[in-house]
Design a protein around this ligand. Structure first.
Ligand code: ATP
Length: 326
């Protein structure tokens, strides 16, 4: 059965790395049909709307979506798109690869980030001149759901679980988050550790090998996973999955990288690995592994893009990944 994949390149290097990922997906010969949708700054300029209705409908109706990045309009594009696919978990693996400089070569972390609330619930106001507020939303339901997903993922993939929080300061919201995690762990007879998110940032830099799956509220997951990108060789390497019950959106963790956009020098690895997650989500585990193996081989032997110390372009790296698939 042909699976329909919505492809939304967006802005900046999204226009370079998403086509690279699509080329790799095509090379796997999985029966996929790609349908393109527009979103981001350029569409907002042209049509006054960063996420046109037809792009929403495309993502809602497809079996999965591959997204690149959006610039200034990112919040108006990715937050609604995550909602459209019903995503509640943002999964961000950060792994060290042979051939790529990493602070600790054994690093193998997976951030499971709550994806619907926290400080990203969008409740901000200016109550008077010079005084602004932000409401942090933490619900029992969403906290339980992310804990369940995190424990399940850790079980299935052989990781320990650490739960990041700041309940010593945000007593009510992160207190509830921790209570929900504890209840889920109890029901599943699962072990886990907790860590204050600021202290965890230090430990992740000094001893990343001590950690596996890190379950986080929304903002902490965003920040800590970017930190982990620095541990393993940069943002060009980190894929992500926005997982819902029966739909999902896959995107590199990086943004539009305006400093290198248009030069053909962006590292396509994060987007290609996001494609590998997409294949797994659609049930093509073996092909997802094949893509990952091909990426691993190319990172190890080259060619490499400038962010990894090489001088190859996006296309050359993509060609090499496609060659390794054979
Ligand atoms: P945005 O505003 O869209 O988030 P940004 O430049 O602030 O863009 P990122 O796009 O995440 O944030 O990138 C941060 C830096 O990391 C970029 O300046 C770029 O140099 C580097 N970078 C990110 N992604 C890649 C990539 N795929 N290949 C090479 N370098 C990258």
């Amino acid at each position: 059965m042909t699976e329909e994949v919505a492809v939304i390149e967006g802005d900046g290097i999204g226009r370079e790395v998403v086509p690279a990922a699509v080329r790799v997906l095509e090379a796997t010969e999985v029966d996929l049909s790609f349908v393109e949708g527009e979103a981001g700054d350029a569409v907002a300029d042209e049509r006054g709307e960063p996420l046109p209705e037809e792009t929403r409908d495309l993502a809602a109706g497809a079996d999965a979506t591959l997204f690149g990045a959006a610039g200034e309009t990112a919040a108006d594009v990715i937050l609604p798109l995550r909602e459209v696919v019903g995503s509640f978990a943002n999964v961000r693996p950060a792994r060290a690869y042979p051939g790529v400089d990493a602070l600790h070569p054994g690093t193998d972390l997976v951030f499971v980030r709550e994806n619907t609330e926290g400080v990203y619930a969008g409740i901000e106001s200016e109550i008077t001149d010079g005084v602004t507020t932000l409401t942090r939303v933490i619900t029992e339901e969403a906290s339980r759901r992310i804990a369940e997903y995190g424990f399940e993922y850790a079980d299935a993939n052989g990781y320990d679980v650490t739960v990041a929080h700041k309940a010593n300061v945000m007593r009510t919201t992160d207190g509830q988050f921790l209570d929900a995690v504890a209840a889920v762990a109890d029901e599943r007879c699962a072990d886990y550790d907790t860590a204050l998110m600021d202290a965890l940032a230090t430990h992740l830099v000094m001893d990343p090998d001590e950690y596996g799956v890190v379950v986080c509220p929304n903002l902490a997951g965003d920040v800590l996973s970017d930190l982990a990108a620095g541990l393993v060789g940069g943002l060009g390497l980190l894929p992500s999955a926005n997982v819902g019950e029966d739909n999902a959106l896959f995107e590199p963790v990086h943004g539009t990288a305006p400093d290198i956009a248009g030069r053909g020098a962006a590292n396509p690895t994060a987007a290609i690995l996001s494609g590998a997650h997409l294949l797994e989500f659609l049930g093509y585990d073996r092909e997802g592994d094949r893509v990952r193996e091909a990426v691993r081989a190319v990172l190890s032997s080259g060619p490499r893009t400038p962010d990894l110390g090489g001088d190859a372009g996006t296309d050359a790296v993509t060609d090499a990944v496609v060659d390794h698939l054979d």
